[in-house]
Design a protein. Structure first.
Length: 265
């Protein structure tokens, strides 16, 4: 089974040289994950003008949370009712969240929407924050508004379900973000890795397609032999692309898009 690279954890209780051999195996597994992730973006229209919108995160988000745990669970489950007219697509965007949440309980209370207004809101994309058309919803037991991206905003998403099964069980992710240099070919890639005292990342492999890019930090063990449990640390590696990133999507191992900040000066 492939390791599950989860945000905030980098556990590997192995020994010295065997630990390094484990990292070599992990890198090979990461290559397989990366090839799979890139395949999910093979249809991305990278040359289209304007560039398609690629969201990082949900199209529906609450601002300020909820007054009760029951209301929060109703939002997560997609148990939504409304007393005011709302476009069907907006209501569907809210209710489809239930597929990823806990099972529905017959006795659970729904979140009741009492106001819906067309407005604008900030949404996070793979090229930073964008102010986009949205619906501002007010609901009972919600502290602030619930923002839902307007259905008529064109965006591009990876296929669901994936084009083929993932290479290993789990859903690996470890990217934090990236900063691009002005040449468009140099990325400062931030990720969750091992502590600086026992691990270093001297280089990175880059796997590229016409539509997307994946960065694989190369790990080197510099710690003493012996048992170790490694907490996750934010690390950075410089990655050199064969061609400028341009409109391509930087993707993580789970095929999710990664935020690329404006070129560094």
């Amino acid at each position: 089974m492939a390791p599950d690279f989860t945000d905030g954890a980098f556990d590997d209780p192995l020994l010295g040289a065997p630990w390094q051999r484990s990292q070599d195996r992990r890198l090979e597994e990461e290559r397989e994950w990366a090839r799979w992730a890139l395949e999910q973006w093979s249809g991305f229209p990278v040359e289209r003008e304007p560039r398609p919108l690629v969201l990082v995160g949900s199209i529906a988000r609450p601002e300020g949370g909820f007054h009760t745990g029951a209301a929060k669970l109703a939002f997560i489950r997609g148990d939504i009712e409304t007393t005011v007219p709302i476009p069907d697509e907006v209501l569907h965007s809210l209710r489809q969240r239930g597929s990823a949440g806990p099972p529905h309980r017959p006795d659970a209370r729904s979140l009741r929407v009492t106001e819906a207004v067309r407005a604008y809101a900030e949404f996070l994309t793979d090229r930073g924050s964008r102010r986009l058309p949205a619906w501002r919803l007010h609901a009972e037991e919600a502290i602030g508004p619930i923002w839902v991206l307007a259905p008529d905003v064109e965006r591009w998403s990876r296929p669901d379900p994936p084009t083929r099964a993932a290479p290993f069980p789990g859903s690996p992710h470890r990217a934090v973000g990236a900063d691009a240099e002005p040449d468009g070919m140099t990325l400062h890639f931030s990720f969750v890795g091992g502590p600086p005292l026992v691990t270093e990342y001297p280089s990175a492999e880059v796997i590229e397609t016409r539509e997307a890019v994946a960065v694989l930090p190369v790990t080197r063990d510099i710690g003493p032999p012996g048992p170790r449990a490694l907490p996750g640390h934010r690390r950075e590696v410089v990655a050199k692309l064969a061609e400028p990133l341009g409109g391509r999507v930087l993707v993580d191992l789970d095929s999710s898009p990664v935020i690329v900040s404006s070129p560094l000066s």
